[in-house]
Design a protein around this ligand. Structure first.
Ligand SMILES: Cc1cc2nc3c(=O)[nH]c(=O)nc-3n(C[C@H](O)[C@H](O)[C@H](O)COP(=O)(O)OP(=O)(O)OC[C@H]3O[C@@H](n4cnc5c(N)ncnc54)[C@H](O)[C@@H]3O)c2cc1C
Length: 351
């Protein structure tokens, strides 16, 4: 068993997903020492639409990373014969493979002196001065603060006692797989079928990502087969990754702080992937959490969390409610009939 001595580290972060690594980078930039624990696949691959909205770029700049990808110049909504597109008013976003994002963040974090350990978090206790975490590998880590960045099924959030039940009827799931084919567009395409939303994100010169959202049992092959124009595009394309799933969401937390333990990223609350967001909002939470800890005011974080997630929560909840209502089949025709309104929504997402 190993024990990290008190006060040798400011922060223990659970989860080396994009938000855990970003939190560690912001911490190191603020002069805080950090250890990150992760129990997942080494390459960090995960079901995700992989669209970084234009507003993510300034955060990537602050983090000091520039991961490779494919430019994203706007969004198209399609449903049956209806199609409406809107281009981002300013700089493009970027489609970035999770593995490329992970590599860039990990390299930066390690360069800044962050310790990243392949260990699974198992439990925590805290006093008024310190937090003590244990791992499945037998380590005990003591630090001034701890941050759970362990995603939708956050064990840290469960151990904090803040997870809120979600009714089964509200639960949705996501799938994704990549295919080798030259991207036919630099826009994110969103196809609304009867019971699923299918997202196409170009991620390199020869690969597109396909992400599908829907109720339990949603199937990627069936969803694509139900959209003739997409089925034709992908016919014969070789898979470039294995199929991965995520969910259920939403994940709800009563608060994002208990004492010296904070929740950042999906662990602190995640609505849905329908607006293709999560990363930008998570990076903004990471920055807000470190700003609070750098001045020893963890109590200020939940308010900052509300501020940086508000727009995402409102827009995403609204769109999920619409997509789950009898008005679902009217979403794209309505966007087509009201291109100005569609443009306003896309521009909000681009910020
Ligand atoms: C289908 C789908 C499509 C999406 N599309 C987009 C999109 O286009 N654009 C966008 O911005 N967002 C998108 N999102 C959302 C985005 O994927 C998430 O918001 C983002 O991954 C959250 O990052 P995170 O670091 O908080 O959590 P995660 O990426 O889930 O990382 C959590 C990490 O914690 C680790 N972990 C878990 N438990 C433990 C433990 N006990 N001990 C140690 N480590 C642990 C895991 O191994 C993992 O590395 C999508 C989501 C889905 C499901």
């Amino acid at each position: 068993m190993t024990t990290q001595a008190l006060n040798t580290v400011d922060l223990t972060i659970v989860g080396a997903g994009p938000i855990g690594l970003a939190t560690a980078i912001f911490a190191a930039q603020a002069g805080l020492s950090a250890i990150v624990l992760d129990a997942g696949p080494r390459d960090g691959d995960k079901a995700c639409g992989e669209g970084l909205m234009p507003g993510t770029k300034p955060l990537l700049d602050q983090l000091g990373i520039d991961p490779p990808g494919h430019p994203l110049e706007g969004v198209v909504y399609a449903q049956g014969a209806h199609r409406v597109e809107h281009r981002f008013p300013g700089p493009a976003g970027r489609g970035v493979r999770r593995t490329a994002l992970r590599e860039a963040l990990l390299r930066k974090a390690v360069d800044l002196g962050v310790q990243v350990r392949e260990e699974k978090y198992t439990s925590l206790t805290q006093t008024k001065d310190e937090v003590c975490l244990t791992t499945e590998q037998g380590a005990t880590l003591t630090s001034r603060y701890a941050i759970g960045c362990d995603g939708l099924h956050s064990k840290v959030a469960q151990d904090m006692g803040v997870v809120k039940e979600v009714p089964r009827s509200a639960k949705r799931y996501g799938l994704r797989q990549h295919f080798f084919t030259k991207p036919w567009s630099s826009l994110i395409e969103v196809y609304y079928s009867k019971d699923a939303e299918v997202y196409i994100t170009p991620v390199s010169e020869d690969t597109v990502g396909v992400a599908v959202l829907g109720r339990k049992g949603v199937n990627l092959e069936t969803a694509v087969a139900g959209i003739p124009q997409l089925h034709t595009r992908l016919a014969g394309a070789e898979p470039a990754s294995t199929l991965r799933g995520a969910g259920p969401f939403p994940h709800r937390a009563r608060t994002q702080r208990v004492g010296r333990v904070l929740l950042v990223g999906d662990s602190g609350g995640y609505v849905d992937a329908i607006t293709g967001e999560g990363l930008r909002v998570g990076f903004a939470q990471a920055r807000a959490a470190i700003e609070a800890l750098a001045i020893d005011t963890p109590a200020g974080y939940p308010k900052a969390w509300k501020k940086v997630t508000r727009e995402f929560r409102v827009l995403t909840k609204g769109l999920v409610a619409l997509a789950s209502s009898p008005l679902r089949s009217s979403i794209v025709p309505l966007a087509h009939a009201l291109p100005g309104l569609f443009g306003v929504v896309v521009n909000r997402l681009a910020r």
